[in-house]
Design a protein around this ligand. Structure first.
Ligand code: ZN
Length: 141
């Protein structure tokens, strides 16, 4: 296990713009506030989502698109730097009209309404390619 003792920078509450992309909104906010690392939660509703499931054998994402109104039951993620740019990594559980749920790694979500809480840290956390998993993981050494 690797870890760091992260130093708090600040906490923010925010409202995502209607029809915006959730990840783009969060990375844009992080850029405006000069935030290099943080964790966030989002609740609200979306009109569309592209979610991924990582195939651990093939080491690649299977992507599925959902083009329908859905509630964000839970959306958690973090902000780090990947290839020198701010990168929001999020997972979400979404609820359909019949109350069934879907979820996965978030590639894209079109916001109907969204409220976020972001806890920012002073630390610069980079993502590096991890050969064992095939993923870009946090480099905490
Ligand atoms: Zn993920």
């Amino acid at each position: 296990m690797e870890s760091i003792d992260a130093q708090p920078l600040g906490e923010y509450f925010g409202k995502l713009a209607h029809d915006s992309d959730l990840l783009e909104e969060l990375t844009s906010f992080a850029s405006r506030k000069n935030i290099s690392s943080g964790v966030f939660t989002v609740i609200g509703a979306v009109k569309y989502a592209k979610l991924g499931f990582y195939d651990q054998e093939k080491k690649e994402y299977c992507e599925t698109e959902f083009n329908e109104p859905m509630e964000i039951i839970s959306c958690n993620g973090n902000i780090t730097l990947k290839d020198g740019v701010k990168f929001a990594h999020a997972h979400a559980c979404l609820c359909r009209k019949d109350h069934s749920t879907i979820g996965g790694h978030v590639f894209s979500m079109r916001v109907f309404a969204g409220e976020f809480h972001l806890r920012a840290f002073k630390d610069i956390i980079l993502r590096e390619y991890d050969a064992q998993t095939g993923l870009g993981l946090m480099d905490l050494q």
